[in-house]
Design a protein around this ligand. Structure first.
Ligand code: AMP
Ligand code: MN
Ligand code: MN
Ligand code: MN
Length: 275
């Protein structure tokens, strides 16, 4: 059976492996088809494509776009996008510019609680193209403010904590349009992680579908087994194609590995069926 992993990160966003090392690890883990889906950028794709050449692995060009919808941050994957599409590239560049502004605000807030130099510190861990909360987390762990990345998030980087800044990302409509116009397929990432009520999640799915979205992750890393059934039903109720992706970021996170995920339930239609 072909092993699909359609959600992963490299050092071009907040992953800790370079695109080359990510590809090598995916091959080692027996992944046949891997999507590189860095946050708000596609800078890693060219390097990943060269690395995949001559291996058994097929690379899917992807991106994970940060979206604000209904007061929540939602992540939309674009799979099989033309990574040279200008409108998509420009849109992503705009989001990254917002990331930079947000990072300045995060650093200002941290400074108010006595943590100095966080902006420069976070940048040490980031690629020049994308600055995210994980990079702040690495800096705070280095400085001894917390013992793990997870711990930093809990204590500093989420709502009601000193370094929290509410995101103002792209709109759902704009994002789905960018992805579709770049020849890709739009997929709602890790739906269970938004902690939305069932009603709100259905509202998101309805709107997403009306705007031209076609897929939803039914299998994702760090997901409870009982969520699979709910998400498979959601996919089928709304006639969305089902995707499967680990959301791999780093080998340090030992409970999420490339390709090591449950199979899609037989009841859903895999997004790769039409590929
Ligand atoms: P950002 O897009 O910069 O706001 O950061 C979001 C990223 O932070 C996610 O893609 C994850 O990589 C990471 N993240 C979010 N929550 C946690 C957490 N509780 N523990 C570790 N990493 C997290
Ligand atoms: Mn991430
Ligand atoms: Mn995500
Ligand atoms: Mn992700």
């Amino acid at each position: 059976m072909t092993c699909y992993d359609l959600h992963s990160h490299s050092t071009s966003s907040d992953g800790s492996l370079s695109p080359q090392h990510l590809i090598a690890r995916a091959v080692e883990q027996g992944v046949d088809v891997l999507a590189l889906t860095d946050h708000d950028g596609m800078e890693g794709i060219a390097a990943a494509r060269s690395a995949a050449q001559g291996t058994t692995l097929t690379l899917v060009n992807g991106v994970e776009v940060s979206v604000t919808w209904g007061g929540s941050t939602v992540h939309i994957l674009g799979l099989n996008v033309d990574y040279q599409n200008e409108a998509l590239q420009k849109g992503l560049a705009g989001i990254r510019e917002y990331r930079r502004e947000r990072a300045v605000k995060i650093a200002e807030r941290l400074e108010k609680s006595g943590i100095v130099g966080a902006y420069e510190g976070a940048r040490q861990y980031a690629s020049p193209v994308m600055l995210g909360r994980v990079h702040f987390a690495k800096f705070l762990v280095e400085k001894g403010y917390a013992k793990s990345i997870n711990d930093v998030f809990k204590r500093y980087l989420v709502r009601n904590k000193p370094g929290y800044v509410s995101g103002e990302w792209a709109s759902l409509e704009q994002t789905v349009t960018w992805i579709n116009d770049a020849g890709g397929q739009a997929v709602i990432a890790h739906p269970a992680r938004y902690k939305m009520t069932a009603t709100k999640l259905r509202r998101l799915v309805t709107e997403f579908k009306t705007l031209g979205g076609i897929g939803i992750e039914v299998i994702s890393g760090r997901q409870h087994p009982e969520e699979i059934k709910t998400l498979a039903k959601l996919a089928n109720d709304f006639e969305l194609l089902a995707s499967r992706g680990s959301d791999f970021h780093s080998p340090d996170n030992t409970w999420v590995e490339l390709g090591r995920l449950p199979a899609l339930p037989l009841s859903v239609t895999p997004i790769w069926q039409a590929w």
